[in-house]
Design a protein around this ligand. Structure first.
Ligand SMILES: [Zn+2]
Length: 346
């Protein structure tokens, strides 16, 4: 096996920060796509931009291709309508539970290119004067709204700002690093994008070429279910790098990389999954096998269902509080990096 270049933790975390600094709620991909392209230019890789927003980098190598995917779109909100009192009625984009967005600061991106700040609130919203109402379950259609940081009292005031139905609302990621733990929204899946970019840099710096043809596919529509429906010519294997949610019945661990055996759609490819497991054992990577039900699918499932004759598998770092204020650990990122690198160089 070719020697695996060491994991550059500082570069990975810095890259993660840069990715988090650009809002990229599913559907609103342009600014982050531009950032990704400039990062790939800086690293010296060629890439293809898909019509709907994905970026596919070419890592070189020969033969039938392995395509590794991570997604740069985030769950978020969209303006459903402007309420008569000047607050915004919103709906979710992707699997954002109402419980997990209340009290978060947001940025409203209008279609005219303006950005307004605000906060997701319960309506009514004070434990001192509306305690009984706060006992209701949070519900986007009943008791959640976005309050803008502007002196707006009517729907007309808000419309005059240029805010309208269909505008996109991004949540503040709130990144905190402490004791090796990484707390932030959108660990899913910008931390995986950062891991992939870190490996690309390490391969370039060390002059290492993968043992086979490899693409890294940065997808823009995973959170709503069609990120990698289209694939480049010659792809034989698809590998998703995505979060491995932790929970009471899960083996996944924030310090480890998980090899996915099954998600809520179907089992992953027997042979390819076994190759990843064997690679982890050979490389001494700290890993677990896990299954994810009832609500999890990766972009590799999407490629398969789209009709591609491929093998598919998935790996990822253990992540707590998925689709909320997520947490993982740098150990988990490092183990994911080590397994991915070992598999690429095998
Ligand atoms: Zn994800």
């Amino acid at each position: 096996m070719t020697k695996i270049p060491a994991f550059d933790e500082a570069y990975c975390l810095d890259t993660f920060k840069k990715l988090l600094a650009v809002d990229s709620t599913t559907g609103q991909y342009e600014e982050l796509q531009t950032l990704l392209c400039s990062m790939l230019d800086g690293l010296g890789y060629s890439y293809h931009v898909t019509r709907k927003g994905g970026v596919i980098a070419d890592l070189g190598g020969e033969g039938e291709a392995l395509c590794v995917t991570a997604h740069f779109d985030d769950i978020g909100l969209m303006v459903r309508r402007i309420n008569p009192d000047g607050t915004l009625n919103v709906c979710n984009v992707g699997g954002l539970h109402p419980y997990y967005c209340v009290a978060e600061n947001v940025r409203v991106h209008t279609r005219g290119g303006e950005v307004f700040t605000g906060c997701v609130c319960r309506t009514p919203a004070s434990v001192h004067v509306t305690e009984d109402e706060l006992k209701e379950e949070p519900d986007f259609r009943k008791n959640i709204c976005v309050v803008l940081d502007r002196d707006v009292k009517t729907a007309e005031d808000v419309a005059a700002l240029g805010i309208a139905t269909g505008d996109v609302i991004a949540l503040e990621p709130r990144l905190e690093l402490s004791g090796g733990y990484i707390k932030s929204r959108f660990v899913d899946d910008k931390a995986a994008v950062a891991v992939l970019l870190t490996l690309m840099k390490a391969l370039k710096d060390s002059g290492t070429v993968p043992a086979r043809k490899v693409y890294f596919y940065f997808a823009a529509y995973e959170e709503i279910g069609h990120g990698t429906a289209w694939l480049p010519e010659g792809v034989r294997d698809m590998l998703a790098v995505d979060i491995a949610p932790t929970g009471p019945d899960q083996t996944s661990d924030e310090h480890k990389v998980t090899v996915f055996a099954k998600d809520s759609r179907f089992p992953y490819h027997w042979g390819m999954t076994n190759e990843l497991r064997e690679t982890a054992l050979e490389a001494g990577v700290d890993f677990v096998m896990d299954i994810f039900t009832p609500h999890y699918g990766t972009d590799c499932d999407v490629s398969l269902v789209a009709g591609h004759d491929i093998r598919h598998a998935a790996i990822g770092f253990g992540t707590a509080n998925s689709h909320g204020y997520e947490r993982t650990h740098v150990d988990g990122l490092k183990n994911t990096y080590d397994l991915l690198a070992a598999y690429l160089l095998k």
